[in-house]
Design a protein around this ligand. Structure first.
Ligand code: GLN
Length: 474
């Protein structure tokens, strides 16, 4: 049983009272906020409202939902009605959405308690959580280090053990990379299985919401709740194609592919050693290890940053000082109002992406960059399809290094982009993947390993992640 289910049972069996639990939890949240800067806001009002409702429900003898009383943190690009959603950007500093994202409606329907919105890289753009208008998040495993990004606040909060669940979003690795850096489990679902309604768009063809959790069981519980068809999201997949929990393949005999090209990259020796060790133990447990080739893997970073920036430049056009958030004071005409609002409102990395994205979409360059990237995206997807003809899942590191120091890569965008080398292809192909902790490096920092599966293989991935947790604890 996972951490969330255990906590729910304590409430259910009367071992813990909601009131006293939350009286202790709220100061804990304030403490980790002081230490780590992991939240953009603590939603005390909403938490109290929910607790009151849950207490009444319990008193009337009604059964509690699957997350009865369980505290959940929500990345600050997911709308919670009546609470600020800033995307850690100055431009949305005063934006309060009047509606809940579908994932929030679903969590609340299962009696979860939303306790905080989490700090992130501005609009999801970054791999260290340093691109935040509110400042960097610190990694609880070592406060001098980055928690990863862009869901850094979510990963840090779960890693403290204070909350068992956080929601994140993953456009190119933003759930898996911070999960690896902080030593928690992170699932990026198949594109279209979790509604994006109420998620502030970064790159719409890549964005997916998913859980960061204390353990694989808890991630499974959250995925169960937040997945499902949503008519409010036109890219949501119809119910009949959804992942099934019943036809899981047995662990013994599972064919696990090792993508040769991934290991041609610079990988921290302890991470390569962790993968080698895991391969052996999986083989000992009866899995079949098969080397596979993903020949277009080396184009993944260039392809991802072309497509993601193109979509971002278009999506972020709506932040113009008219419809949402910040508007500059004292511009003398409309054009000046737009330029000054956007110059003041966006941080350096977001501006870089908007300019790159506008460039690759501009007439004369569209064919050379954007169209070409779309063609390579297709090739990357086909590489995976071919690999899954001979294997059930693929195994790789989640990241080429463990958590790096804060400040180490801020002046070198390319070095920062390269920390996504193992995660971005999965988003380009729309397939699911999970990062799960396995081993530590010489400094005691957690190592994350990634399993990648074909569309709708979430439950298989979660099952394997549970097995890896057991191997890691053994
Ligand atoms: N680090 C990647 C980027 O900066 C991925 C971000 C994400 O998944 N939101 O684009």
């Amino acid at each position: 049983m996972g951490a969330a289910a255990k906590l729910r049972r304590r409430f259910e069996e009367g071992e813990a009272g909601l009131g006293s639990y939350y009286d202790r939890l709220l100061p804990e949240l304030e403490r980790i906020q002081r230490d780590l800067n992991c939240f953009t806001s603590i939603t005390i009002g909403l938490a109290h409202q929910t607790i009151e409702r849950l207490e009444k429900k319990a008193a009337s003898g009604q059964p509690g939902g699957k997350l009865f009383g369980v505290p959940v943190v929500v990345k600050d690009n997911i709308c919670v009605s009546g609470h600020p959603t800033t995307c850690s950007s100055r431009i949305l500093q005063n934006f309060t959405p009047p509606y809940d994202a579908t994932v929030i409606t679903k969590l609340l329907a299962e009696d979860a308690v939303i306790v905080a919105k989490s700090n992130m890289d501005e609009f999801g753009m970054g791999s260290s959580n340093e691109n935040s208008a509110q400042g960097a998040v610190r990694n609880p495993r070592d406060p001098a280090r980055a928690p990863g990004g862009s869901s850094g606040g979510s990963a840090a909060a779960v890693a403290t053990g204070v909350v068992p669940i956080a929601l994140g979003s993953d456009t190119g690795g933003s759930i898996r990379q911070p999960s690896a850096f902080c030593g928690v489990v992170g699932l990026k679902p198949t594109y279209g299985t979790v509604s994006r309604y109420g998620l502030v768009a970064f790159a719409s063809s890549l964005d997916q919401i998913g859980p960061l959790a204390a353990d694989a069981d808890t991630a499974r519980l959250v995925f169960d709740i937040i997945s499902g068809h949503d008519p409010k999201d036109t890219t949501s997949i119809p119910q009949e194609s959804y992942p099934s929990r019943t036809d899981l393949k047995e662990f013994k005999g599972l064919r696990i592919g090792i993508p040769r090209e991934y290991f041609e990259n610079d990988i921290q020796p302890e991470i390569a050693a962790a993968i080698a060790d895991l391969k052996e133990r999986l083989a000992d447990s009866g899995c079949r290890i098969i080397e596979v080739s993903l020949p277009n893997a080396r184009h993944a970073i260039a392809t991802y940053y072309t497509i993601a920036d193109a979509e971002a430049s278009s999506n972020l056009a709506r932040f113009d000082g008219v419809k949402f958030g910040h508007r500059t004071a004292g511009a003398s005409n409309l054009a000046e109002m737009y330029t000054t609002t956007r110059s003041e409102g966006f941080g350096a990395e977001v501006k870089r992406r908007i300019m790159l994205g506008t460039y690759v979409l501009s007439s004369g360059y569209y064919d050379a960059y954007y169209r070409k990237a779309q063609q390579v995206r297709r090739l990357i997807s086909q590489d995976f399809e071919r690999a899954f003809q001979q294997t059930d899942l693929l195994l790789s590191p989640s990241t080429p290094t463990t958590a790096f120091k804060l400040g180490e890569k801020v002046d070198d965008p390319l070095a920062m982009y390269l920390s996504d080398i193992f995660t971005v292809s999965v988003n380009l192909a729309g397939i699911p993947a999970i990062s799960v902790p396995y081993g530590r490096d010489g400094e005691g920092l957690p190592i994350g390993v990634q399993f990648i599966g074909p569309r709708f293989s979430e439950y298989q991935l979660l099952e394997v992640a549970s097995q890896v947790e057991q191997l890691n604890d053994a």
